[in-house]
Design a protein around this ligand. Structure first.
Ligand SMILES: CC(C)=CCC/C(C)=C/CC/C(C)=C/CC/C(C)=C/[C@@H]1[C@@H](COP(=O)(O)OP(=O)(O)O)[C@]1(C)CC/C=C(\C)CC/C=C(\C)CCC=C(C)C
Ligand SMILES: [Mn+2]
Length: 369
């Protein structure tokens, strides 16, 4: 069966279970011929990561299996610090992680901190000093920590996490690739290009998180399909982010919206820089919001397949983030001057709704697959 909802107009994903080329490196396969869509190339990473989990190539190590040289006190402190960062930057998400088992919770914190630090390189206060060489150094640190040579405390926590859970390095490398793209690219010709960018900076988060969050013991769907949903949640979040931040990005000279779709709608970059909400703009935005919602729908299918204790934070983030799209509509599509946000009350009300949804059991099988 052909799996995956092709949300782009430029072709669908590869077929499930189909073995493809070298797999893994999205960037390396850029030289491959014939032409394949970004969705197909990203799906190679999904297949590889899913296989890693299925085969449990890296078995779960308990503390008694670990070398005596590990300083448990320091490692625990490193994880605690990751938790503090996570609590500071993403409070709701942090609360959700408290429902997870201690091992999973601290592993998710370590991944969160690495992603946050990576994003801060190009988005944080020192962003103007970041060069491709700095990103190369960051990538070297990444390979070092995956090989058991962490540079600092936060790296030590992630190094421990990747030694215990079947997490592949590729999504981490690909996120750095996304940051490289942000340094050199400020226009996206079509959705295929934008999809690849969204995979790099956000789809990767889904692929990193699932091995740690775990798949429900009674899940009957394929591992690939769960990864596919995780990838879709990252893409949906990033598309939403882009739609929310159109004005802010334009003021930095950036237009993430697909250039061909803008032209088809009779719009130009100049219209975006001028920031006038016209009927053409409203109609264009309706299409963009519709596509983001399709990715959220695709993501929803996989949440019930996760380990029960991991579902709540995922539902909470999905429900809350998706409301940003409703807020753009409520602002009459003025994402140039008004920031679409989800208020504290809506966020709070979403939490019990997320909890209720997290109680749903995995699909019975034979359903969406
Ligand atoms: C439960 C949960 C949400 C887990 C993810 C935890 C985690 C490791 C998050 C890291 C997020 C991060 C710091 C990413 C760096 C790049 C980045 C900032 C991406 C944007 C996030 C939104 O952040 P923000 O609004 O602060 O953006 P600004 O920097 O201010 O512009 C992103 C839009 C992407 C975030 C992507 C996800 C949270 C993907 C989550 C997917 C899963 C957890 C998989 C769930 C599994 C299934 C089966 C659905
Ligand atoms: Mn950012």
């Amino acid at each position: 069966a052909t799996r995956g909802l092709s949300c782009s107009e430029s072709g669908g994903r590869g077929r499930a279970g189909e073995e493809k080329g070298a797999g893994g490196s999205v960037s390396a396969s850029l030289v491959a011929t014939p032409w394949r869509s970004s969705e197909e190339r990203v799906y190679d990473v999904v297949i590889k990561q899913a296989a890693l989990v299925r085969d449990q190539k890296r078995s779960w190590k308990s503390e008694t299996d670990m070398p005596a040289s590990v300083n448990w006190g320091l490692l625990n402190e490193a994880y605690e610090r990751c938790g503090e960062v996570c609590e500071e930057y993403a409070k709701t998400f942090y609360l959700g992680t408290l429902l997870m088992t201690p091992e999973r919770r601290r592993a998710v914190w370590a991944i969160y901190v690495w992603c946050r630090r990576t994003d801060e390189l190009v988005d944080g206060p020192n962003a103007s000093h970041i060069t491709p060489t700095a990103l190369d150094r960051w990538e070297k640190r990444l390979t070092d920590l995956f090989e058991g040579r962490p540079f600092d405390m936060y790296d030590a926590a992630l190094s421990d996490t990747v030694s215990k859970f079947p997490v592949d390095i590729q999504p981490f490398k690909d996120m750095i690739e996304g940051m490289r793209l942000d340094l050199k690219k400020s226009r996206y010709m079509n959705f295929d290009e934008l999809y690849l960018y969204c995979y790099y900076v956000a789809g990767t988060v889904g692929l990193m998180s699932v091995p740690v969050m775990g798949i429900a013991a009674d899940s009957k769907v394929s591992t690939e399909s769960v990864y596919n949903s995780a990838l879709a949640l990252g893409i949906a979040n990033q598309l939403t982010n882009i739609l929310r931040d159109v004005g802010e990005d334009a003021r930095r000279g950036r237009v993430y919206l697909p250039q061909d779709e803008l032209a088809q709608a009779g719009l130009s970059n100049m219209d975006i820089f001028q920031g006038k909400v016209t009927d053409k703009w409203r109609s264009f935005m309706k299409g963009q919001i519709k596509r983001a919602r399709m990715f959220f729908d695709e993501a929803e299918k996989g949440v019930a397949e996760l380990n029960p204790a991991s579902r709540w934070p995922v539902w909470a983030s999905l429900i809350i983030y998706r409301q940003i799209l409703d807020a753009i509509e409520a602002n009459d599509y003025d994402n140039f001057n008004k920031r679409a946000y989800v208020g504290k009350a809506s966020k709070f009300l979403s939490l019990p709704a997320a909890y209720a949804r997290s109680l749903a059991a995995p699909a019975k099988g034979g359903g969406w697959l």
